[in-house]
Structure formats: structure tokens, C-alpha cells
Ligand binder design. Structure first.
Ligand code: IMP
Length: 426
């Protein structure tokens, strides 16, 4: 049975956890394939909000095995705090499995993320300061510690001693910070975390393939999104992993032929947290209305998200990068009060019209959006349960986005609760 990927098509916060939750009934395994606790999924179940950073949202279902894949970077303190918070609410986390090959986020990663952002000043990336970039940098430099190292204190200490010498030198000599103690880190990771994490550590590649061979549905859940991708996003204002659908292969340990469905989650408008180019950004009262109506403050860091109109140029690029089979359009109801709504269909820069995303970032910085203005609906969509409940103008907006993207919109959300969505088309 092939697998399904859920991927964000914009700059994150599109509502991916929501879709995972909707698909959960038919899933057996839900696998996170990249990122770390820089992510934040909010799910509302029976009026209760669950904010998850590391644990896949499938944990809320008793029949699902939630898996943290090898492509994820794991801060065990955050993982365990999340397990405790969920169990306090009566949610059983005993099925959770973590790849032994996933890398550990260490205290020096967080410290380096914080000091380098401060050091960069106005050129800072606007990271979540969770240590994600430094952890992936160490993975690529082959000096990272992995989850499986928690099972082998001797190896853990040896690796830690080597890497911490270098990190402490950088922290002291470049950033004028106090050195971190290897004994204190080893105590926390080996004595406090390891005994609790050990039962979760598993051969997650084996789990995925056994599930597929048994004909079970596997959902591969991306964090962040296409335009935060290290290779394809607006570099350097990106995260340090590959959220695009291809990242699911490396981050969970399967091949492209195992995947037959890629669902792109897109907000009906745009938001972005942190720095970087954003051609359709709004600085006026309409932007304020999007932030206010859409409650656009980070689940994770509380930062205000930058708002803007839907960008079909980016969406077409996301379709290419992820080979999307369909779109889940979220938060359509946030546009309920607008007289007209705009969609960016092309860019203009230096007298040239761009229908496709310009590869050169300077062009993107200078790009002026070319808009198509559509009539708004001025109707409360929150009670819509079928496509016939949507006013003609709202349907036209959805159809316009599908036509511009070249991929069908299959599902539209009209509110934050579980039942507030509408199936569109076949
Ligand atoms: P990092 O992932 O913490 O290194 O941050 C790099 C960039 O990705 C920053 O612009 C962050 O704001 C952004 N980012 C990271 N995680 C998320 C997310 O879950 N949603 C939205 N933006 C994110």
C-alpha cells in the first residue's frame, strides 16, 4: 500500500496538523520526516487545543503508531515534556517510536542559535532559536550525536567530549560566553532522558516498510514548508532541512515509488514568520485584518506572522517541487469580511513579467505582484458543510486558485474545529 505525504506549500503554518487529523482514521502509521521543535501543530479536539511540536498529531488516535523519523532532530527534554503533557490529558503515548538515527538537539545547539542570531543583528534569519540549524549543521559535518547514542553511554561521552571542546572554544572566543559542562550535559542526557527515551527507540525504517507490506496506510507528515526548504526556499531565510515531499523519502527511509499521493496544504492567503522576501506582503489594514481574524501568531514562539495575499506563482512552483496531487485550502473563512480578494498571478521586475518563480533571489526581492482581483463574499462561511453552502463568489475564488495552480482543490477548511471543512469536487 503506497504512502501519502502531507506538505506545506507556503512558509509554514498552513494547517498541516489539521489534515493529518482528518486523514487519521484511515492511517496506521504517521511519520514526521524532518524538522524539530521549531514546528508547531495546533489541533482542536472537542474544543480542547493541543499544541504539538515534535510528536506527530496522529498520537491522538489509539490505532495509530506515531513515528519520529530519522530526518528529524530531537530535543529529548522537549519530547518528554510533550509526552508528559499529553499523558496528563489522558492521551497514551506508549506507541510513540523514535528513529535511532535521528539526531539530538544539544544544549550547545540552542546556545549557538541564540548567539549567532544576536551576532547577525539586522541580518539575522529570524530563527525560532531552538537550535535546529546548528543541529543539522553538525549532522552534515558528521559530528552530531544521534538518538541511538543515548543507549551507549561510553560512545555518547566520547562524542560529546570531542564536539564540546570545539563548541566551547567558539562560544568563549567568538561569542564571549561561558563554556558548557560536559558532565552536566551527560548527566541530563544519560541519567535523566535516556531511561525514558530508550523504550521509544526503534528501527523506524523497518516499521514503515512492514506497514506498507501489510497493506496499511502510512502518512508522512512534513513540518515547516516548501518555501522554508533548505534547497528550494528563499535561502538563507529557510530552515535547515528539506520539508518538500522528496524529504519524506530521505527523512523516513522509503523511495519515491512508495509514495502515490502528495497533498499540499495551502492557506487561502499567505503568512510568513521571520525574515525574508515576501512579494505579496500587506502592510495595511487588510493585513491587520488577516492577522486578527486568522489569529496569526506563532503556536511555538508567539511571534506575529507577516500577512499577504495568496501567491499563485509560488503555488505553481510548489506543485512542481512536490508533485502535488491535490490541494487542501485552509482558513477560507478568514477572508469572509473582504469586499474583494486578490490573488497574485505573476510578478513584474525590471520590466520583465514572470509567470514562474524567478530563480534569482534579487528578482524576488524586487518583484512587484501582478494581481487578479476577485469579488469577496461578505458571508460567514463557518457553518458551511458542503460546497453548495459556499456562495458563488467563494466557490469562484477556490476554483481560481485550482486553475492557477493546475491541481484540484479537494478540501477547504472554514473554521478551526474538526468538522469545519467542505469537500470540493470528486
Ligand atoms: P529555524 O527552523 O528555527 O532555523 O528557523 C528558520 C526559519 O524558518 C525562520 O524564518 C523561522 O521563522 C521559520 N520556521 C521554522 N519553523 C517554522 C514553522 O513551523 N512555521 C513557520 N515558520 C517556521
Amino acid at each position: 500500500m503506497p504512502a501519502t505525504v502531507v506538505v506545506g506549500t507556503q512558509w509554514g503554518d498552513e494547517g498541516k496538523g489539521r489534515l493529518t487529523d482528518l486523514l487519521a482514521k484511515e492511517m496506521h502509521l504517521v511519520v514526521r520526516y524532518q524538522g524539530g521543535h521549531n514546528a508547531g501543530h495546533t489541533i482542536v479536539v472537542d474544543g480542547e487545543r493541543f499544541a504539538l511540536q515534535l510528536i506527530p498529531s496522529g498520537v491522538l488516535y489509539g490505532h495509530i503508531t506515531p513515528v519520529i523519523g530519522n530526518g528529524v532532530v530531537v530535543d529529548p527534554a522537549v519530547l518528554l515534556a510533550e509526552v508528559d503533557a499529553l499523558e496528563e490529558k489522558g492521551i497514551d503515548c506508549s506507541r510513540l517510536r523514535v528513529s535511532g538515527n535521528a539526531h539530538l538537539v544539544m544544549p550547545y545547539h540552542q546556545e549557538l542559535d541564540r548567539v549567532t542570531e544576536r551576532y547577525l543583528g539586522k541580518n539575522r534569519l529570524g530563527t525560532t532559536r531552538r537550535g535546529i540549524g546548528p543541529a543539522y549543521a553538525d549532522k552534515a559535518a558528521r559530528v552530531g550525536l544521534r538518538v541511538q547514542d543515548l543507549l551507549d553511554p561510553k560512545i555518547f561521552r566520547e562524542k560529546l567530549d570531542v564536539v564540546l571542546k570545539e563548541k566551547n572554544a567558539v562560544l568563549a572566543k567568538v561569542y564571549n560566553r561561558l563554556p558548557l559542562s560536559p558532565e552536566e550535559i551527560a548527566r541530563r542526557y544519560l541519567d535523566e532522558y535516556a531511561p525514558r527515551v530508550a523504550p521509544m527507540i526503534a528501527d523506524t525504517v523497518g516499521l514503515v516498510h512492514e506497514a506498507l507490506a501489510a497493506g496499511h496506510h502510512v502518512l508522512l507528515e512534513g513540518a515547516q514548508a516548501t518555501f522554508l526548504d533548505l534547497d528550494h526556499g528563499t535561502y538563507p531565510f529557510v530552515t535547515s532541512s528539506n520539508p518538500v515531499a522528496g524529504g519524506a523519502c530521505t527523512g523516513a527511509g522509503l523511495g519515491p515509488r512508495d509514495i502515490d499521493r502528495v497533498i499540499g496544504v495551502a492557506k487561502a492567503y499567505l503568512t510568513r514568520v521571520g525574515s525574508g522576501p515576501f512579494p505579496t506582503e500587506l502592510f495595511d489594514e487588510r493585513g491587520e485584518a488577516l492577522v486578527e481574524r486568522g489569529q496569526e501568531h506563532g503556536t511555538n514562539t508567539g511571534r506575529r506572522r507577516r500577512p499577504g495575499w495568496f501567491d499563485a506563482v509560488m503555488m505553481r512552483h510548489a506543485v512542481r517541487l512536490n508533485s502535488l496531487s491535490e490541494i487542501f485550502l485552509t482558513k477560507l473563512d478568514v477572508l469572509d469580511t473582504f469586499d474583494t480578494v486578490k490573488v497574485c498571478v505573476a510578478y513584474e521586475a525590471g520590466g520583465v513579467r514572470y509567470e514562474n518563480l524567478p530563480y534569482h533571489q534579487s528578482v524576488l526581492h524586487d518583484a512587484r505582484p501582478v494581481y487578479e482581483e476577485l469579488p469577496g463574499w461578505n458571508t460567514d462561511l463557518s457553518l458551511a458543510t458542503s460546497v453548495s453552502d459556499l456562495p458563488q463568489t467563494a466557490r469562484r475564488y477556490v476554483e481560481f486558485i485550482a486553475a492557477q495552480s493546475g491541481v484540484p482543490v479537494r478540501l477547504v477548511s472554514v473554521g478551526p474545529s474538526r468538522g469545519q471543512f467542505v469537500h470540493v469536487g470528486a
